[in-house]
Design a protein around this ligand. Structure first.
Ligand SMILES: CC(C)(COP(=O)(O)OP(=O)(O)OC[C@H]1O[C@@H](n2cnc3c(N)ncnc32)[C@H](O)[C@@H]1OP(=O)(O)O)[C@@H](O)C(=O)NCCC(=O)NCCS
Length: 392
């Protein structure tokens, strides 16, 4: 018998309670943490799936944006996907994700992003690798930059507009950065139990050139600074960032910070002593091809046209031919054309963010195209490697 699924966008008290127990078990966490997760997400952003009338699993949606080519593209992040163990292996998760994507399409959302625990599930729904999340570490002794160029000002209240303003200046320039919502900001500035979060503006109060937000920890017999968030907008700020951290060396052994796979901050260091401690690739789904291509920004100076034939078995309005014309940093999309670059919705995700070149994607069997179409796609999409410092 085919199981009957019901996807619910409006969850009641009983649904929340049932989903809470499922997520607590699925993510091996406590009732306290699950409560914090629901509070930070907002109950209106929870979705559940019922099988034969019973809550079998659910997820949380986070509305925000992603900076791509200098434009913020509306994006919905997905977190906390969990299915009760007794229902696993029966297609509940895929039904949940597919229903959620149909809802996002109907709402007019261009793209969706998540961190996968397993890729196979999300690939089946049309997500593909879109960019990096990368955690770096260095010993404070190895920084060897000790004289700050700028002054630093402690920030009394981390929930302040100046941080958002500085962040935005950096975010616009980095392909893949989040246009953060309040829930993401909260996770950066709110201390965990027995933790203090410190924040400093880099430069004067009137004209700051960056900031650093961090917490200090005792970890397996050594002391570390975990940088929760940073912005560096000038060379003097980058120099000050390092000297500020190096001047903790009498008590702090290591610094951990999030950056690109090719971390430009470490270019200031005397030796190649910074190491990647952990990395992960986030996945992206193009929910609405037309909107996704139209709303992102493109490189200035590129003036070309690409004829795409897109295959999407789930969101069938995407299953079409499109002409993307790029000029003056903007893209214009029309239906139709010669379909010279054939790509499925997964491959389009990696092409769209520029994580892989059209040539890489052709080798991986994710697209097929004429040489001229490959050249045009390379001109349009190839960029610095997309990354973000946020995990959700
Ligand atoms: C991962 C999880 C959500 C899958 O739920 P599920 O209902 O069993 O998944 P489905 O039956 O819908 O599976 C859909 C597809 O994903 C694949 N898949 C599911 N779980 C998988 C896993 N753990 N590893 C690899 N692939 C998996 C299935 O093979 C299936 O593909 P197929 O039909 O080609 O075989 C569930 O095991 C769970 O809640 N785990 C604990 C929490 C978690 O890891 N959440 C994901 C956070 S990103």
């Amino acid at each position: 018998m085919t199981p009957s699924f019901e996807y619910k966008t409006l969850v009641d008290f009983e649904d929340v309670k049932n989903l809470g127990s499922i997520l607590e078990q699925a993510f091996v966490t406590s009732a306290d943490n699950r409560e914090k997760f629901f509070n930070s997400m907002g109950l209106e952003n929870l979705r559940v799936i019922c099988r034969d009338g019973k809550v079998a699993g659910g997820l949380a949606t986070l509305s925000m944006g992603m900076w791509l080519g200098g434009q913020s593209v509306p994006m919905v992040g997905i977190a906390g996907v969990g299915i009760a163990p007794e229902y696993r292996g029966g297609g509940v998760a895929i039904a949940l994700i597919q229903n959620m994507l149909q809802e996002l399409y109907a709402q007019g959302t261009p793209i969706s992003v998540l961190y996968p625990a397993t890729q196979q599930l999300y690939r089946k729904a049309g997500y593909e690798q879109g960019g990096h999340y990368c955690l770096w570490e260095i010993s404070t002794q190895d920084i060897r930059l000790h004289k700050p160029s700028l002054s630093l000002q402690p920030i009394a209240n981390l929930n302040c507009e100046i941080l958002h303003h500085l962040y935005k200046q950096q975010a616009k320039l980095i392909h893949g950065y989040l246009d953060r919502n309040s829930s993401i900001w909260d996770t950066l500035i709110k201390p965990e139990e027995k933790e203090t979060v410190y924040g400093y503006l880099i430069g004067s109060q009137e004209q700051p050139q960056g900031y650093i937000i961090f917490s200090q920890h005792f970890q397996t017999d050594q002391t570390v600074i975990k940088i929760r968030d940073w912005v560096v907008l000038s060379h003097a700020a980058a120099q000050t960032f390092w000297s500020f951290l190096a001047n903790h060396r009498s008590t702090i052994k290591k610094i951990l910070w999030k950056s690109s796979l090719i971390d430009s901050l470490s270019l200031l260091l005397p030796e190649q002593t910074a190491k990647i401690k952990h990395q992960k690739r986030w996945m992206l789904r193009i929910v609405d091809v037309y909107k996704a291509l139209q709303l992102r920004g493109y490189k200035l100076g590129v003036e070309t046209e690409l004829h795409l034939a897109v295959k999407d078995d789930l969101l069938t309005a995407n299953n079409d031919r499109f002409i993307l014309s790029v000029a003056n940093g903007q893209g214009e999309v029309r239906q139709g054309g010669k379909g010279e670059l054939q790509i499925d919705i997964q491959g389009l995700a990696s092409l769209y963010t520029g994580l892989f070149t059209p040539h890489d994607l052709k080798l991986a069997g994710k697209l097929d195209a004429s040489d001229t179409a490959i050249l045009a796609a390379t001109e349009i999409f190839t960029t610095s490697s997309p990354w973000m410092p946020d995990f959700f």
